[in-house]
Ligand binder design. Structure first.
Ligand code: ATP
Ligand code: MG
Length: 342
């Protein structure tokens, strides 16, 4: 890829209008608009993904992930703003974009059911100028890697849901695209297939300098696969950071104390700098989960005072550990109704 960014969304906005015709006027028996609703699916979003990146788009149901992916592939037009793929404006270069971008959308019937997987790959390959021995070798290679080779001559309608999903991924890869857009690619797949897809995406990005944009609700997939993550909520980008940095945001805040008995939490909560104290019950050893502020000085002082207090109360401190942050925790904190700010 010749440009700095493989995919770029510049100030993209998309509003959907839905209308339901539910009532009839009793006098003239004509249908009336009963309900009109406007959804701001994507609200002035700016995103830029570089070649070699696996970029994750996370967000709650209805956050605007699929709509963003559809706009990146030119499937729907934004109301305002511009979309670029490898420096080309998508709207005015649709044919070229078709060859550069492979897209798998959630739960859609991309493949043709009366045809076999091999015929599907031949059909979609031909549409995008992939033919002859290149097509055959690539198709068989893809079916092999995804574990569908034994079904390559079976009609798609006889395949399971997961097998159809695997074929949709192969179809997206048949042009050997520069950019691959995967909308919930591992949903419904078995562990092995999910693994192969993650490995393939990582290999494409790391070794071939391609770019992948992945949406998922599976935080472990995002944490493992994505080099950078954007969290979107109600069509707006809440945060966009490298995965490591995102995990670091709340990392230093939670400490687990293991003790010989559970102390009274009220005096601990009163220590300046202690944000929260929760007793850890129902586990092998009694303990406490204490939350400190992100500020290092405040946190150190509060941590010191906590330990002093525990010692003064005659408690035996068995261990103190800093809790490893998971993407799931970060995601929940960023998208809770009372959002944490970054
Ligand atoms: N074709 C459409 N017509 C009307 N509204 C739509 C259309 N497509 C999406 N929307 C609305 O836009 C919003 C964003 O939808 P989108 O499919 O992008 O969400 P999502 O983040 O992919 O959610 P999910 O995690 O459930 O897949 C939703 O409120 C949805 O109802
Ligand atoms: Mg979606």
């Amino acid at each position: 890829m010749s440009h700095e960014y493989a995919v770029e969304l510049r100030d993209i906005d998309k509003v959907f209008h839905t209308r339901h015709f539910f009532t009839r006027d009793e006098d003239d028996n004509r249908r009336r608009i009963y309900h009109k609703k406007t959804v701001h699916a994507v609200d002035h979003v700016d995103l830029a993904v570089k070649p070699g990146e696996v970029f994750g788009l996370l967000g709650r149901n209805g956050a605007g992930k699929t709509t963003s992916v559809k706009m990146m592939s030119g499937l729907i037009k934004p109301d305002s703003g511009e979309v670029f793929v490898d420096g080309m404006e998508v709207e005015s270069n649709r044919l070229k974009i078709l060859r550069k971008v492979g897209v798998v959308l959630e739960g859609t019937r991309t493949c043709i059911w009366p045809l076999t997987p091999l015929e599907n790959l031949a059909y979609f390959g031909n549409l995008r100028d992939v033919r002859g021995s290149v097509l055959r070798t690539r198709a068989e290679g893809l079916l092999e890697f995804i574990g569908l080779k034994d079904k390559m001559n079976v009609q798609v309608r006889r395949l399971s849901r997961g097998q159809k999903q695997k074929l949709a991924i192969c179809i997206a890869l048949i042009t050997d695209p520069q950019v691959i857009l995967l909308d919930e690619p591992t949903t419904g797949l078995d562990v092995q297939s999910s693994r192969s897809i993650k490995d393939k995406v990582t290999e494409m990005a790391r070794n071939q300098g391609k770019c992948a944009v992945v949406t998922t609700h599976d935080m472990s997939v995002a944490q493992e696969l994505c080099t950078r993550i954007a969290i979107i909520d109600a069509g707006k980008v809440v945060t966009c950071k490298p995965t490591d940095e995102l995990l670091d945001v709340f990392r230093e805040q939670r400490y687990e104390f293991r003790l010989d008995r559970t102390p009274d939490v009220a005096p601990l909560k009163a220590i300046p700098g202690v944000n929260n104290v929760e007793p850890l019950n129902g586990q092998e050893e009694p303990g406490l989960l204490v939350t400190y502020p992100a500020d290092q000085e405040l946190r150190s002082a509060a941590l010191y005072s906590t330990i002093q207090h525990l010692s003064k109360e005659g408690l035996v401190l068995r261990s103190v550990s800093q809790l490893q942050q998971t993407l799931e925790n970060v995601f929940l904190q960023m998208t809770s109704d009372k959002k944490a700010s970054l």
